[in-house]
Design a protein around this ligand. Structure first.
Ligand code: ATP
Ligand code: MG
Length: 357
């Protein structure tokens, strides 16, 4: 399993997309101080999941994003991809090339990708573990460490080479296994304690089991009696129900009869109401007739008054006329007397004239 290629974009001093091909054998990166050689090593650490900003020679993880220069603006994110040659199928995938990528944005959002598909950091770590590139399984011998390697004591040097050769991983696995073994032994001894404790509790438990068995027997018996009681009660209730049903039937019949009687009374009541309205009608007619008669009576009364007045008038008139007649008779007597007197005077005159004549 070897690296094929490293691609950096916006990572530290690599603002432009930069690719480094690793051909078979050794790859050396040469350049003046500060040109970014160590940044390349940092990018490898970073893409493999490094979580410590300090290990990447920064104080904050965002320090790995290109921060701009006088001539160039800062970048909003950075991305590093490391290409693995998987032609020997060391990784359990059909791909002949596996690309692990990591992206980080200035707002803190970050992404891990395997073959351009988003995955979790856990998945990247798992892949690295598969190929013996676990966290402690690879060695980047940093600047200044070479001196240390050359001047180190044989034991320290051995450690550095073991680490670089990947033995560290196996040592670590061995340590891990030993620790697991210890933990298991620990558990075993605790289990033994538990078994001992359980055995000690066995006698009281047997007693309790007997009591429980007795309890279950009694409970079953109680259930049996309960059930019989229910059946007995159910049968009695059934009898009571029949009696009540009969009563209900009788009440219903009575109710029917009473309903019929009520209907008959209703009918009679209706008839009486009709009769009542007929009588009312008759009363109304009689009343009207009475009114008409009293009006007629009034008219006759006033006619009679008129006639009486006329009679009175006529009798007054008669008295008047009788008086007038008396007066006329007196006048006639006077006139007749006068006429007699006149006749006498005339006679007297006539006789006087003859005598002289
Ligand atoms: P030396 O030979 O002295 O070890 P080097 O080649 O290892 O040098 P690096 O330490 O890799 O150089 O690079 C340092 C350069 O990277 C500095 O000029 C620094 O300004 C630049 N640099 C680091 N982080 C960033 C960043 N986030 N944005 C832009 N430039 C950065
Ligand atoms: Mg350096």
């Amino acid at each position: 399993m070897t690296f094929k290629k490293l691609e950096m974009y916006g990572f530290k001093s690599f603002a432009d997309k930069t690719a480094i091909e690793f051909n078979n054998g050794m790859t050396a990166i040469v350049g003046p101080n500060g040109c970014g050689k160590s940044n390349i090593a940092d990018s490898v650490r970073w893409v493999l999941g490094e979580q410590s900003a300090k290990q990447l020679r920064g104080s904050n993880m965002k320090d790995v994003i290109f921060k701009g220069t006088e001539k160039r603006k800062e970048m909003s994110f950075c991305e590093v991809s490391l290409y693995f040659d998987n032609s020997d199928n060391e990784l359990p995938t059909e791909y002949k090339e596996v690309v692990v990528s990591r992206k980080l944005y200035r707002d803190g959002q970050s992404e891990y990708l395997i073959n351009k598909k988003i995955v979790r950091l856990k998945d990247v770590v798992a892949i690295m573990h598969d190929i013996g590139l676990g966290k402690e399984g690879y060695s980047i011998i940093g600047q200044g460490k070479i001196d240390e390697v050359l001047s180190a004591k044989p034991d320290d040097r051995r450690f550095i080479f073991e680490e670089a050769a990947g033995v560290a991983k196996f040592k670590q696995d061995k340590n891990e296994s030993e620790r697991a073994l210890l933990r298991t032994e620990d558990k075993l001894s605790r289990l033994n304690d538990i078994i001992y404790e359980m055995e000690r509790n066995l006698t009281p438990l047997e007693e309790q089991a007997k009591t429980a068995k007795k309890y279950f027997e009694l409970r079953d018996k109680a259930r049996y009696y309960d059930l019989n009681n229910y059946i007995y009660q159910y049968e009695h209730i059934a009898q009571d129900k029949a009696v009540i049903d009969n009563k209900i039937k009788a009440y219903n019949e009575e109710l029917d009869a009473k309903n019929k009687a009520v209907a008959a009374i209703d009918k009679k009541y209706e008839q009486l109401l009709n009769k009542n309205s007929e009588i009312d009608f008759e009363i109304k007619n009689l009343h009207e007739k009475e009114i008409a008669l009293s009006i007629g009576l009034e008219q006759e009364k006033s006619e009679r008054n008129l006639i009486e007045q006329e009679i009175k008038h006529l009798s007054d008139r008669k008295v008047e006329l009788l008086t007038e007649l008396e007066q006329n008779k007196v006048a006639q007597t006077i006139i007749s007397t006068n006429i007699e007197n006149e006749k006498l005077s005339l006679e007297k005159l006539k006789s006087e004239n003859f005598s002289t004549g």
